[in-house]
Design a protein around this ligand. Structure first.
Ligand code: SAH
Ligand code: SF4
Ligand code: F3S
Length: 439
């Protein structure tokens, strides 16, 4: 163990990745340095509870920490994020090394609290209260070509399967001037791409009487230096015609949208409390395609929701075909404590869930491959992220994403992360593209 060092383990969505980035910058500002788990004085686990067995993941992370640090009581472990919010003080029983449990609104206070704990080795603390409004954090100088900027926290939708409203609390929109200021700071420090984050971004502003989400996008798109704008996650029921239209108006708004469908069956959608029908979803896709014909859509799907019949599942496959999603995340439904669907009858046996998942994924693979093959010969602008995992002899290969969010490998010499290069797509692999630098 080295004094003044920390290590962070991150599970879950981009919101957690963003929270961990902020924690890293905040601890570095306090003079702490990042290190391997074996050497760290402070280990933070940023947790996710959205699907199956999250508690087990936390236990196994704690086991790894114990082994790596020989169970030293001088090592302070902090658990934050959604599982921390959900299980609270119970987590102290998981390991004597755990000394801080911080929920999703407690993250802002973590750097200061951790310092207190390191000075008082017998102390244990919790930060579990939900705040009444969006919790601003001290602005830190964070660099990098790609920036995450949170615009809201929490969710009011209570989809029947979902634990997020319980772990992230009610929707709290961030003040517009704070959002614009953070975007401006990141751009001034070299960001070229901004991804706006929230559990239900199109509902931004509704809870505290601010303007519309599309209006916010227009203001951010006008900031000098911004080249690419994305957002996650939208909810189809809150996506207005104007939200769709801006894809045709704002050149920096990338033609890529992750639009969770969950199911193609109206019966299942109603039971999930998604509050849109398959027809409404298809109409929205059409409006988006009218605004931006080349828009690449991706989605989230849950198979084996309680009561899902073969016909319901086929309706999901039908929507996949009609929408031609370029990619998707698909999951077997799992019960989450507190979420309504945990109490629903007619649970689908795991083997049948798995069978549907594989059938869905096989169809998705075909559609993805077709879309990637269709890109061959096209131009692409690639924002480089790092070296490709596979390197051929001779020239180095770097990878990045194009404007549609596809991974493109490009052979280049002397590249750097954050560089934007113009390419011509030369080949398609199963899940990525290969480009050649042009110009
Ligand atoms: N706020 C986002 C993300 C929610 S969690 C949204 O509304 O889309 C990310 C995905 O996990 C969901 O879209 C859903 O497909 C999946 N998911 C959530 N709860 C689940 C559960 N109980 N079982 C299986 N998948 C689930
Ligand atoms: Fe969960 Fe639904 Fe909210 Fe998404 S919109 S976070 S799926 S409750
Ligand atoms: Fe997981 Fe919480 Fe994100 S449950 S998906 S970390 S909002």
């Amino acid at each position: 163990m080295r004094a003044g060092t920390f290590h962070i383990i991150t599970f879950g969505c981009q919101m957690n990745v963003h929270d961990s980035q902020w924690l890293t910058a905040a601890l570095e500002k306090q003079g702490y340095s990042r290190t391997a788990m074996e050497e760290a004085q402070l280990v933070i686990i940023n947790t996710c509870s959205v699907r199956q067995k999250p508690e087990e993941k936390v236990r196994s992370a704690l086991g790894r920490i114990k082994t790596a640090t020989c169970g030293s009581r001088d090592v302070c472990v902090a658990i934050c994020g959604c599982v921390a919010q959900q299980l609270g003080k119970k987590l102290f029983e998981y390991s004597p090394q755990v000394r801080l449990v911080a929920g999703t609104d407690g993250i802002a206070a973590m750097p200061q609290t951790l310092l207190e704990l390191l000075e008082a080795p017998a102390k244990k603390l919790v930060l579990l209260d939900f705040a009444p409004a969006y919790v601003e954090r001290p602005q830190l100088e964070i660099g990098g070509a790609s920036a995450f900027v949170a615009i809201m926290q929490g969710c009011d939708n209570f989809c029947a399967y979902c634990i997020v409203p319980f772990t992230r609390g009610r929707q709290k929109s961030r003040q517009e001037h704070e959002i614009l200021e953070e975007c401006g700071r990141r751009l001034a420090r070299g960001a070229r791409e901004i991804t706006l984050l929230g559990q239900n971004v199109n509902a931004w502003g509704k809870d505290n009487g601010q303007g519309s989400f599309a209006g916010l996008l227009r203001k951010i798109a006008a900031l000098p230096g911004l080249e690419r704008l994305h957002y996650i996650t939208p909810h189809p029921k809150d996506m207005t015609a104007e939200d769709a239209r801006v894809f045709g108006e704002l050149p920096v708004l990338c033609p890529r949208l992750h639009l969770p469908l969950q199911s193609g069956s109206d019966k299942v959608l109603a039971a999930m409390r998604r509050r849109y029908s398959s027809r409404e979803y298809l109409d929205l896709v059409e409006t988006l395609k009218n605004a931006r014909p080349d828009i690449a859509l991706s989605t989230d799907i849950i198979v084996g929701f309680p009561g899902e019949s073969e016909a319901d599942f086929l309706a999901t496959l039908e929507l996949l075909r009609k929408c031609s999603f370029v990619s998707s995340f698909s999951f077997c439904y799992s019960d989450r404590p507190g979420a309504r669907a945990a109490l629903f009858p007619h649970k689908i046996p795991p083997a049948l869930q798995q069978d549907r998942l594989l059938r869905f994924q096989a169809m998705q693979e075909e559609i993805t491959e077709k879309w990637l093959a269709g890109r061959v010969g096209q131009k692409a602008l690639v924002l480089l992220e790092g070296k490709s995992p596979r390197q051929a002899d001779g020239q180095e290969s770097w990878q990045g994403r194009d404007e549609y969010g596809a991974i493109v490998h490009v052979p280049v010499n002397e590249a750097f992360a954050g560089q934007m290069i113009a390419c011509r797509i030369e080949a398609a692999r199963r899940h990525s593209l290969v480009g050649r630098q042009e110009g």
